[in-house]
Design a binder for this molecule. Structure first.
Ligand SMILES: [Zn+2]
Length: 188
């Protein structure tokens, strides 16, 4: 992959939750820590490709959702990616899903590119690209998605999520999709 793969964009990487907001918590691990780890990996991959990045949090600290959207909106060239892990009352839920919201066609294109790269990298179940009014998406003026990287509530998938090699694949998938988007691989 060449340098300046996404010279025209700045990727705002949003590690979900943080501080007192642990996110999904199964007693073994908190979502906020796994999301931050994946976010850092995405940052490293993108930087190595010459893509500009911003992290909405640099450590384990609480950042309000409004602040996360504000950070994205403060950059004209922002592409916003929020990283989360899933939880469900059903202990057998598996797979990956990517959310987008609004009439911004670019958000839908970004979601499709990232979801397909994630499935390619991980071979996980496709839960689909979904339209949902989530705060960080609905208050975002830039192309914006939220990725759910696996279920901490399902034991087989939890094992994956705890494995750094799986988290690296997730990060590679997110980065691949975002770079394709930045190159104009927009699905219209
Ligand atoms: Zn979450």
């Amino acid at each position: 992959m060449s340098l300046n793969a996404g010279a025209a964009m700045r990727v705002v990487i949003d590690a979900g939750h943080g501080g007192h907001d642990r996110g999904a918590d199964n007693g073994l691990v908190y979502e906020k820590h796994l999301a931050f780890d994946v976010a850092r990996r995405v940052e490293a991959i993108l930087k190595a490709q010459g893509v500009k990045t911003v992290m909405t949090r640099e450590r384990d600290v609480f950042i309000p959702l409004s602040k996360r959207a504000d950070i994205s909106n403060s950059y004209r060239d922002a592409v916003f990616v929020s990283v989360h892990f899933n939880s469900a009352s059903s202990r057998s839920a598996t797979g990956l899903e990517t959310f987008y919201y609004g009439t911004n066609k670019d958000s839908h294109a970004l979601a499709r590119l990232v979801q397909s790269a994630l499935l390619y990298k991980t071979r996980k179940t496709d839960r689909g690209v979904k339209y949902r009014q989530l705060y960080v998406l609905s208050h975002n003026k830039r192309p914006a998605i939220l990725v759910e990287c696996g279920f901490l509530s399902t034991s087989s998938e939890l094992r994956n999520c705890l494995d750094p090699r799986y988290r690296q694949k997730i990060a590679e998938g997110i980065a691949m999709g975002v770079i394709r988007f930045g190159r104009g691989g927009k699905v219209r």
